[in-house]
Design a binder for this molecule. Structure first.
Ligand code: 13P
Ligand code: SF4
Length: 334
């Protein structure tokens, strides 16, 4: 490799894919061409921008995306999501090339729980089972007994014998919800999702008064006081299903606004109001999820970079917690 190519690759590995894309290029056509050429699959989370969802081979929540990453025949997995999701895909398909269009697409929950600090915390509860929300780093997964997502979290907690203590990390809001739902006394790590903790209770209450017919639905990463007002609480796929199955015409949706694209596609005659956040720009986009763009997706597929690399011991140890989660989910029919 030439010195220039090596320098470019090193920058790309750090997430700086600073290459101009010809604005006249038909990105949909180009990405579809690359998909075929490279036997690649695009997995997209519901929080991605609409254009990316539309070109994806699979759109889903964290559980669905992991199941898809574990079972795909593709040679290359292009993850339109955030870092922990692409890491999970790499753990599940270690021999495949896993690309993340922007390596800086992180997650405030994953960042809130550094593995060395968590290791010390865990030492205080030597007999406890560690359940970690999948929104955590690969290294944290190596300190975890069972992973969970918001779709299967209740099943995972209920699969643990009642006499066993449980540490739940890193989301304290999902943890508090699980405590309430399962009656178990979980030891919680103090992390939160920056998107789900920013919703304004005052603005939501006003919206509910203005739309008394609307159902208020929320993701369990939201604070307890907000969840107390909800008609339905669920993961992104659960929220989507609820809007399809419920007779209401209007829904106030307290999760990242990207999910509205699928809600509108699946129920074109219904109205979806994104729950307003507590900030002046009135924006409840996840800044990490929204780092991915069609341009970056195209470049990632063309140059096969940035690629996710994990050390073998991390894959070996961390994967056990994901396999356990998938096993319990399969038994529960999820
Ligand atoms: P789910 O799609 O699994 O509900 O997760 C939501 C989320 O915050 C992902 O980052
Ligand atoms: Fe992380 Fe929250 Fe963004 Fe999901 S929405 S990636 S939990 S910061």
């Amino acid at each position: 490799m030439s010195a220039i190519a090596a320098a470019k690759e090193s920058l790309v590995r750090k997430g700086y894919l600073d290459i101009e894309v010809d604005p006249t290029l038909d990105l949909v056509e180009e990405i579809n061409k690359l998909k075929k050429e490279k036997n690649a699959i695009i997995l997209a989370h519901y929080y991605q921008e609409a254009e990316i969802q539309d070109i994806a081979d699979y759109i889903g929540d964290s559980l669905g995306l992991s199941q898809e990453a574990a079972s795909t025949d593709a040679d290359m997995i292009v993850f339109a999501g955030v870092h922990f999701m692409a890491e999970t895909a790499k753990m599940l398909s270690p021999h495949k090339k896993v690309l993340l269009p922007d390596l800086k697409a992180g997650c405030s929950l994953a960042d809130s729980c550094p593995a060395p600090l968590f290791k010390k915390f865990k030492e205080k509860y030597p007999d406890h089972v560690v359940v970690s929300y999948i929104n955590c780093t690969a290294e944290l997964k190596t300190l975890t007994d069972i992973c969970c997502t918001s779709t299967n979290a209740v099943h995972i907690i209920e699969s643990i014998p009642e006499d066993k203590g449980i540490i739940f990390a890193p989301d304290k809001n999902l943890g508090a919800y699980l405590k309430k739902k399962t009656g178990r006394d979980l030891v919680l790590w103090n992390g939160t999702c920056m998107v789900h903790e920013i919703f304004s209770h005052e603005k939501i209450t006003k919206l509910m008064i203005r739309h008394p017919e609307a159902k208020f639905i929320a993701h369990p990463e939201c604070e307890a006081a907000l969840l107390d007002k909800a008609d339905y609480i669920g993961s992104t796929s659960g929220l989507l299903r609820y809007t399809q199955e419920n007779d209401a015409d209007t829904f106030i949706v307290a999760t990242e606004a990207g999910i509205l694209h699928q809600m509108e596609l699946k129920s074109p005659n219904k109205t979806f109001i994104p729950a307003p956040p507590n900030n002046t720009c009135a924006c409840n986009d996840c800044p990490h999820m929204k780092r991915n763009t069609m341009e970056k997706l195209y470049l990632a597929m063309k140059y096969e970079l940035p690629e996710i690399h994990l050390e073998d011991w991390v894959i070996e140890k961390g994967r056990k917690s994901i396999d356990k989660m998938l096993e319990i989910s399969a038994k529960a029919g999820l």
